[in-house]
Design a protein around this ligand. Structure first.
Ligand SMILES: Nc1ncnc2c1ncn2[C@@H]1O[C@H](COP(=O)(O)OP(=O)(O)OP(=O)(O)O)[C@@H](O)[C@H]1O
Ligand SMILES: [Mg+2]
Length: 226
């Protein structure tokens, strides 16, 4: 077994854009170690979100391979890849993407709805524990519009963690928060990374946030600079 949880091997991505394709990622080589806390930094349009989506099995590369614990995830069928995402990967986004008609607990519990009733019961207990762990025990029945930005992001983190992913992918998780709430979210992610051995890959264009990660790579124009 390698010590890498995920490896990108010569990943390229281009979009059709008139006559000339737009090359967004240009032969990315990246290996992320188990339990690493990696930040991907770079200017707007560098390809950070595209790379994160490809790492998590959300978007196919034009060429190259993503190996998750040695397995090429883009050789899997769509259904197998959806199952892989559901079991192994958690996603956290800048704008939370909570469902407005559901309360905090329901939003966290949603990924568990696909499971058997016995599993569902376990997930609902775990969802409540996670929200409590994230300091939201008094907000379980609040809907997203009754929560602050930082609280909504903590709900989104709890939702990403509810299936106990091996890899957590965060796209500008603090991009919409003030610097104090942003730093709190970061220390929370660092604690979880330490406690649960979960690997974290975080995209940011904020140097102060990136400096808190174990390793930082810089992406510019679809190329890793360091
Ligand atoms: N579906 C798409 N079709 C065409 N072009 C796209 C598509 N998605 C992204 N792009 C282009 O790819 C480039 C990289 O986008 P990406 O979202 O990965 O950048 P980013 O580094 O995450 O930027 P930001 O910091 O602003 O979020 C951009 O120029 C964008 O316009
Ligand atoms: Mg982006």
């Amino acid at each position: 077994m390698s010590d890498f949880i995920i490896k990108a091997d010569r990943i390229s991505k281009s979009y059709k854009n008139g006559a000339k394709p737009l090359e967004v990622l240009k032969g990315i080589e990246l290996a992320v170690e188990k339990n690493e806390f990696l930040a991907i930094q770079g200017p707007s349009g560098a390809g950070k979100s595209t790379l994160l989506h490809i790492l998590g099995g959300l978007d196919c590369p034009t060429s190259g391979e993503i190996l998750f614990e040695g397995e090429n995830i883009y050789k899997l069928s769509e259904d197998q890849r959806a199952d892989f995402r559901n079991k192994k990967v958690g996603f956290v986004f800048q704008f939370y993407h909570l469902l407005p008609e559901f309360n905090a607990l329901e939003n966290v519990f949603l990924p568990g709805l696909l499971k058997s009733w016995w599993e569902r019961k376990k997930v609902s207990i775990h969802a409540k524990e996670l929200l409590e762990r994230l300091g939201l025990s008094g907000r379980l029945h609040h809907k997203p519009n009754q929560l602050s930005g930082g609280e909504q992001q903590r709900v989104a983190i709890a939702r990403a963690l509810v299936n106990k992913p091996r890899l957590l992918l965060c796209d500008e998780p603090t991009g919409n928060l003030d610097s104090e709430s942003g730093k709190n979210i970061l220390s929370l992610l660092k604690e979880l990374n330490k406690e649960t051995q979960m690997t974290v890959v975080l995209v940011t264009h904020d140097k102060d946030i990136a400096a808190l990660a174990g390793r930082v790579i810089n992406l510019k124009d679809g190329i890793i600079l360091n």
